[in-house]
Design a protein around this ligand. Sequence first.
Ligand code: HEC
Ligand code: HEC
Ligand code: HEC
Ligand code: HEC
Ligand code: HEC
Length: 342
Amino acid sequence: MNLPARLGIVALVLGAFGGSIAFLSAGQNGGTSSGDTAPAVRWESSAQCRDCHRDVYDEWFGSHHQISFTNPEVRSTSDDFRKEECMDCHLPRPLAVTGFGKRTLPRRTHFDEGVGCITCHLGPNGGILGRQSRPDAPCKPVADTAFLAVDACASCHNQHGTTDQWAASTFAAQGTDCSSCHMPTVERKRADGSVRQGRMHRYDGAHDKATLRQAGEFTLARDGAEVTFTLHNKGAGHNFPTEERHRAVDIVYRFVTAAGPGEWTRAYRFRNPYRDETTPINPGNATSENTQLPAGERKTLRAAVPDDAIAVEARLWYRLTPFVLDDDPRSTLLEERRLELR
Ligand code: HEC
Ligand code: HEC
Ligand code: HEC
Ligand code: HEC
Ligand code: HEC
């Protein structure tokens, strides 16, 4: 393991001796009304929740929230966090400390916990926040609306406008929030064998094919002398793709003749260009034009059918980073269609 991970383990061990030291300084108590009494336990590591919330812990462990500081992709692009501003969200202090909806600040402990239980669940007074107040539970969670609100995700997820895109969509109007899609309900077993409803903590997104496939409805049709390719963003509560400027969604097609299939041609790329990019994403776009597909919208492309074509094939690709080929593990084939033309 690398140095930060080892330091993280040391920090975990020290954390176990944290005992009942009063939690935060008086200056950090503002914000929400919850958790008025000083807690008996000093909550500072996800490891403290593990034994009682094993299933939640196991979902979170290995997720992109847990690996956010150890993720090799992030380590290389942040120059091993020599770019210190990258730590703000990839190794953050608890949301309640900086304020829900506000940009988070970096911490220097628990390197292997990235965005952990404490980041989201710690209250301004050192208690645990949840959907319901449960004074009977050993961790005494307290109901808190700021913790449940989309603003809690916005602290880190609005850098590229994901939260604003959602707010402008019909999903926001109908009350389908980030957690409705990214924390599906699951069943949890209590120690006495009874069952209660829980929420999935894996936060599947761009690294999960099943989640990616929920975003778009892809159709291929004939329209006279042309074929049409249509992508409808019906399942993402924000642009498709969203967030990172690396992310790209491509529609490609090829005609098939009696001699076999031709070359793949790209019909369109949906992507937000880097700030310094000088070539537009697609011919006809402005240089800095963001071609991501907003929630609920459709985009239709057309291609003229050659005389000798007997069929057309089309594919929808998702790429974690734009300049990779189809056989690269960072490319995911989402959909494949074929239409006979005679
Ligand atoms: C000693 C065991 C124990 C520890 C440690 C513990 N919890 Fe709990 N927690 C429980 C039990 C038991 C419940 C009640 C579950 C039920 O509904 O039966 C609960 C409930 C919760 C709830 C649900 C509140 C709601 O909205 O219904 C949250 C959130 C929670 N815990 C978070 C945490 C976090 C985060 C940690 C670590 C910082 C933690 N807990 C540590 C035992 C524990
Ligand atoms: C304002 C919060 C914030 C800051 C600051 C931030 N990131 Fe991120 N980063 C995120 C979020 C949220 C995601 C998840 C969304 C996504 O994957 O596009 C992410 C994802 C990433 C990913 C994709 C990881 C993968 O496995 O695909 C990389 C790489 C990355 N960040 C690098 C950086 C670098 C380098 C910096 C500093 C220059 C940085 N980030 C600063 C919030 C932030
Ligand atoms: C209606 C369901 C739905 C809602 C609501 C929703 N999402 Fe998503 N989200 C998706 C789907 C589907 C994907 C995969 C396609 C994509 O990347 O756009 C996704 C992808 C993501 C990703 C991965 C992006 C990347 O590049 O790594 C992040 C991060 C994310 N969503 C955050 C959010 C946040 C934050 C909110 C609330 C402001 C939210 N989502 C609301 C369905 C939803
Ligand atoms: C990115 C923020 C985030 C992180 C990280 C996170 N949680 Fe949660 N958790 C939530 C939200 C939001 C809810 C409430 C969802 C709802 O009811 O709408 C929740 C609900 C819960 C619940 C009650 C529902 C259930 O599934 O039992 C428990 C218990 C819980 N979290 C424990 C944990 C533990 C333990 C960890 C660390 C292993 C953790 N959480 C990490 C945001 C987070
Ligand atoms: C403290 C900052 C922070 C908060 C708060 C936060 N996230 Fe994240 N989230 C991140 C970072 C950083 C990553 C990417 C880490 C990486 O890939 O290395 C990420 C990754 C994700 C991904 C997975 C992207 C993928 O492609 O695998 C989803 C989905 C997501 N977050 C949704 C949410 C939702 C929903 C909330 C609110 C309940 C939330 N996050 C709260 C920082 C945060």
